[in-house]
Design a protein around this ligand. Structure first.
Ligand code: ADP
Length: 405
């Protein structure tokens, strides 16, 4: 019987195409779960199911019923929220996946810090505070520089550095508006200076396989932490890379992650590596297009699907050479009228693609309130340095024309 994949796709994701394409490549049966009922459901009852992603256990029950008619072989979530739903479904249907507590721990920044600190994984000193608490009082007691961060947002939304009490109170006001719920908590952390890398991995039966380590050559010193360039392979010395991998392995174990993709952010300085965050999902946005594996250049999505379905994985070895992506910085606040220079940017040497994902008329919101990059630039070359330079040169060709809102 052909295996059937259940793919959990939030309506607002860039990732749908890559995953659906990978499923097609694999020739498996596909059921797409999304939050809103589709008019297509009547014509394609095995191919579509509606789930409330905010209620993982109810979603799991719906899938258990659905699977009586259409047996499911594997389940994959594509982002932070659906990773939890995938874990609940995997547990209920005895499929490959993470235990719910592990997916939850990866999602909740405070729970994650507690577990990591409790297992001796190096993490910044942290405190949990309530948004409703008097910020002046908190500001007097914390040590600077510090970082304020919401518990359950992603893509650096609402993550703000403060260097003194005045900055803390201002940052708190912005965070409060972003979080929008007065009874929510937030973290106040020690700011860890240093160089940041991202580690992309696949956990197979509790064992972490490193798929790529990305350098982030632009300094991320705040006050906001907008990502820009990711380049792999990392130029970090081998011994340090080893300690970065070991730190991530310990974090995977501490959180109880057993299966599937992880994306970790780490910093290192003279005190060694620091685990900033580990998510039980693949790299975000369209960035996964940077990674290709084996002789045939299979995609990250295909590897993730194969693992979830228990199909053999031909290779976890990234292709030779260097590759990189630039998450195009948000050019300012305003309504996007047009982007000039795209053809010139695409024509630059080593540049593989320039994808503008923002639509004309779309309102661009800078960090920390916003987090949607207006597009992505991809490049490949022999060395990380030339890839990085190509990304910068292509970006310099782009001109974003904004209308005031
Ligand atoms: P998110 O899940 O929203 O991306 P993170 O916790 O990963 O939130 O933080 C986003 C970015 O902010 C990190 O990649 C890092 O650059 C920066 N950052 C977060 N916490 C710290 C910290 N304690 N010290 C230094 N930088 C930090």
């Amino acid at each position: 019987m052909t295996p059937r994949l259940l793919l959990l796709l939030p309506t607002t994701t860039y990732r749908a195409t890559a995953f659906v394409e990978a499923a097609r490549q694999l020739g498996v049966e596909l059921t797409v779960a999304s939050e809103r009922p589709s008019t297509m459901q009547a014509t394609n009852p095995a191919g579509l199911v509606t789930l409330d992603f905010r209620e993982p256990s109810r979603a799991a029950e719906t899938v258990r019923e659905f699977a009586k008619q259409n047996p499911i072989t594997g389940v994959v979530g594509v982002d932070d929220d659906t990773a939890i739903v995938a874990a609940a479904i995997a547990e209920r249907l005895h499929l490959k996946g993470n235990p719910i507590h592990a997916a939850d721990a990866a999602r909740d920044k405070h729970r994650q810090r507690e577990l990591l600190a409790g297992s001796g994984v190096p993490v910044p000193h942290f405190e949990l505070h309530m948004v409703a608490e008097d910020p002046e009082r908190v500001a007097r007691a914390v040590r600077y520089p510090c970082v304020l961060k919401p518990l359950r947002l992603s893509a650096s939304r609402g993550v703000i550095r403060a260097d003194n009490a005045k900055g803390f109170v201002a940052a708190h006001a912005r965070l409060k508006a972003i979080v929008g719920e007065p009874d929510a908590g937030y973290l106040v952390e020690e700011f860890i200076p240093g160089y940041e890398v991202a580690l992309e991995g696949l956990v197979v039966n509790r064992r972490l396989h490193v798929l790529a380590i990305f350098d982030k050559p632009d300094p991320l010193d705040g006050p906001f932490f907008e990502e820009t360039i990711y380049v792999t392979p990392s130029m970090v010395p081998a011994a340090l890379q080893k300690s970065i991998v070991e730190c991530t392995e310990r974090a995977v174990r501490a959180l109880g992650i057993t299966e599937g993709p992880i994306h970790a952010e780490l910093r290192y300085n003279e005190r060694g590596p620091w685990l900033i965050e580990l998510a039980a999902r693949p790299i975000g946005g369209r960035c996964s297009a940077v990674l290709r594996f084996g002789d045939t250049g299979i995609s990250l999505e295909e590897i993730i699907l194969r693992n979830a379905l228990g199909m053999p994985i031909p290779s976890l070895e990234r292709e030779p050479g260097a590759a990189g992506v630039m998450m195009i910085p948000i050019p300012g606040a305003g309504r996007l009228r047009e982007v000039r220079g795209v053809a010139e940017a695409k024509a630059m040497p080593l540049v593989e693609d320039v994808q503008i994902t923002a639509h004309p008329g779309e309102q661009l919101v800078p960090f920390p309130e916003g987090s949607r990059y207006p597009g992505f630039i991809f490049a490949r070359g022999a060395q990380p340095g030339v890839v990085e330079a190509a990304l910068r040169q292509a970006h310099a060709r782009l001109q974003f024309v904004l209308d005031p809102v």
